[in-house]
Design a protein around this ligand. Structure first.
Ligand SMILES: CN[C@H]1CN(c2cccc(OC)c2)S(=O)(=O)c2sc(S(N)(=O)=O)cc21
Ligand SMILES: [Zn+2]
Length: 263
């Protein structure tokens, strides 16, 4: 259940970028957070995360004015994750990214206060317990988001397919069909992850996310990061505002422990 209603949300100090409130009154499990490696607690009972995506469930790629996202057909259990810290299996709904204007920052989560230039979020929902995504978004165990850090390095072949589509969705609300894409190619092979109870990092900021943050980043090259920065927050015809720095500020850890799947 959420701790605030839509009426109180709009009177809060808002983040300049996308009118996302900086803090939520009563919020006890907000995201993103800094992951202090030495304070994370190894949990031997954490299972390996099992990821099985069907590339043909891919629908389209679009610019929603916050980020660009690739959406999937979640009408059946065809692209799912199970295991890890999760009690049920969760269905893939969409993935999107957050990034900076320069390589010094851009990720939402930090590790030992270090920013990465970008962060990938793969959003899944608990269709075992909840009949619709919209209901799952409002419940404590409704969503599971895999976070993957991007670091500057080698060219990423799998990412290039997305990068090649970006010029066609430069403006807010632009969408193009995207037939076949397997997001597993964006997930590092190393099984190690941190996990903690958190929230969406954009409105509605609901405290419904089990975060699974991969320890190992993926490498992308400068041209690929620059391609993200060519997108616009603004619609066609409006004064152009480059889509950069679309990450929420760090939130207080409060009474939470970050667990690790590795020693
Ligand atoms: C615009 N960004 C959010 C979009 N969502 C959304 C869409 C429809 C309805 C809804 O609530 C009723 C929420 S979402 O749940 O897919 C997510 S996940 C996420 S993040 N950065 O925490 O991974 C941000 C958003
Ligand atoms: Zn996100």
């Amino acid at each position: 259940n959420s701790v605030w209603g839509p009426d109180s949300l709009h009177r809060l100090p808002v983040h300049p970028l996308w009118q996302s409130p900086l803090t939520i009154p009563g919020g006890t499990r907000q995201s993103p957070i800094n992951i202090q490696w030495r304070d994370s607690v190894y949990d031997p009972f954490l299972k390996p995360l099992k990821i099985s995506y069907d590339p043909t469930t891919c629908l389209h790629i679009w610019n929603n004015g916050y980020s660009f996202l690739v959406e999937f057909d979640d009408s059946a259990d065809r692209s799912i994750i199970v295991g890890g810290p999760l009690e049920n299996q969760y269905r893939l709904k969409q993935f999107h990214f957050h990034w900076g204007a320069i390589n010094e920052w851009g990720s939402e989560h930090t590790v030992d206060s270090k920013f990465y230039p970008a962060e990938l979020h793969l959003v899944h929902w608990n269709a075992v317990v909840y009949p619709t995504f919209e209901e799952a978004v409002m419940e404590g165990n409704g969503l599971a988001v895999i976070g993957v850090f991007l670091k500057l390095g080698a060219h990423h072949e799998g990412l290039q397919m997305l990068v090649d589509a970006l010029p066609a969705i430069k403006h807010k609300d632009a969408v193009i069909e995207f037939d076949v894409f397997d997001p597993s190619c964006l997930i590092p092979s190393c099984p190690d992850y941190w996990t903690y109870a958190g929230s969406l990092t954009t409105p509605p900021l609901t405290e419904s996310v089990t975060w699974i943050i991969k320890k190992q980043p993926i490498e992308v090259d400068e041209n690929q990061l620059e391609a993200f920065r060519m997108l616009l927050f603004t619609s066609d015809g409006e004064e152009e505002k480059r889509m950069v720095d679309n990450f929420r500020p760090l939130q207080p850890l409060m009474n939470r422990t970050v667990r690790s799947s590795f020693q």
